[in-house]
Write a protein that binds this ligand. Structure first.
Ligand code: FE
Length: 346
């Protein structure tokens, strides 16, 4: 099957490949994206305006690496856009990326937010923070370590311990402490749970609103999404019932994960792909991207949106994301070992 037909055959909600068989000609760049098209379109429009290069987006909600691996050398993908270090590393390990060593990109993206080999780059960050009841939690600061403190017994909510957002956090605990400490800590966290891990991050805010728990783990951007959700206005109430505590602001900083990009291994429009990556890494693009998705630009000094600023000040942990990636497997094993998903055991 040729690449164009491969794209057309996609069983995905949105395949925005324009026009007919000429869609992959010069002057274009093809993006495989785990990010919703409406979130990245303003950014891509700005790129096209600046360079004249048209963009084609294939949105996928799963199976990006498998798909590219199956397409092999015929893959039309030039650039991958995704979220979470887990997915970026999965793309690299799956052999569907190629290294990019580019002065402009490397100047704009701090080293701890990119792959040492150049196979992935962070563009924006999201904090893994504590959602806390405004009513029932007078504390104004917290650490991840304190989540195991018995004072939170029966008061903590979280989503599935194996979810990549939690695995990233647990991997950072291993990197900062060690596996033994993290295992003991996870047992403490487990026994503080108000219920078995369940739902998504927004469900935890809902549970705080409903009085089922007092604190929960969640990503920063969901707070912006809930605050501005005109379609489901009840989410505004969930957000209004909570405040954000940025863990470890007083020491190493809050664990952050990234949204990022990679250059596809067989990028047929490689030069345009690199131009897009250089554009996306610019401070201006990071700012625009960050505004769309309620995230923080990775470039120091580039301000997030007003809504994101309203969350409070974040001091991001500067631990290299590659080191977090290296501890993900062990983190996942520990989650099973302590039975985190089974809920409290004493
Ligand atoms: Fe998310």
């Amino acid at each position: 099957m040729n690449p164009i037909n491969t794209l057309r055959a996609a069983l995905v909600p949105v395949a925005l490949l324009a026009g007919t068989g000429t869609a992959l000609a010069d002057g274009e760049v093809n993006i495989y994206s785990y990010r919703q098209p409406e979130l990245i379109q303003p950014l891509l429009d700005a790129f096209t305006k600046e360079t004249g290069i048209e963009t084609n987006v294939l949105f996928l909600d799963k199976g990006l690496v498998e798909r590219m691996a199956a397409e092999g050398q015929n893959s039309p993908a030039d650039v991958i856009l995704t979220v979470d270090i887990g997915r970026l590393v999965e793309a690299k390990d799956g052999g569907v990326t190629q290294p990019l060593v580019d002065e402009l990109v490397n100047k704009d993206i701090p080293a701890h937010f990119r792959d040492p080999d150049g196979d992935w780059f962070g563009l924006t960050t999201r904090g893994r923070v504590v959602y806390a009841s405004k009513e029932r939690v007078p504390e104004t600061e917290i650490t991840y370590e304190e989540l195991a403190d018995p004072k939170w017994k029966g008061r903590l909510c979280m989503r599935d311990g194996q979810h990549s957002y939690n695995i990233g956090l647990i991997a950072s605990m291993i990197a900062h402490h060690d596996a033994d400490y993290t295992e003991t800590w996870l047992k403490g966290v487990r026994d503080n749970l108000a219920r078995k891990p369940d739902g998504n991050d927004r469900s935890q805010a809902k549970a705080i609103y409903a009085g089922e728990c007092d604190i929960a783990l969640g990503n920063t951007y969901y707070v912006g999404l809930m605050m501005t959700n005109d379609k489901d206005p009840e989410e505004k109430d969930w957000a209004a019932a909570m405040k954000i505590l940025f863990p470890n602001s007083g020491d190493r900083g809050t664990h952050v994960n990234i949204s990022g990009m990679s250059l596809a291994k067989y990028a047929p429009n490689k030069d345009n792909g690199i131009k897009l990556m250089e554009f996306l890494s610019s401070g201006e693009a990071q700012k625009l991207y960050g505004e769309q998705v309620f995230e923080y630009p990775v470039m120091p000094g580039v301000e997030p949106s007003e809504i994101v600023k309203s969350f409070g000040k974040i001091k991001p942990d500067t631990l290299a994301l590659s080191e977090i990636a290296a501890n993900r497997k062990l983190a996942s094993e520990l989650v099973d070992k302590v039975g985190l998903n089974d809920g409290p055991q004493d």
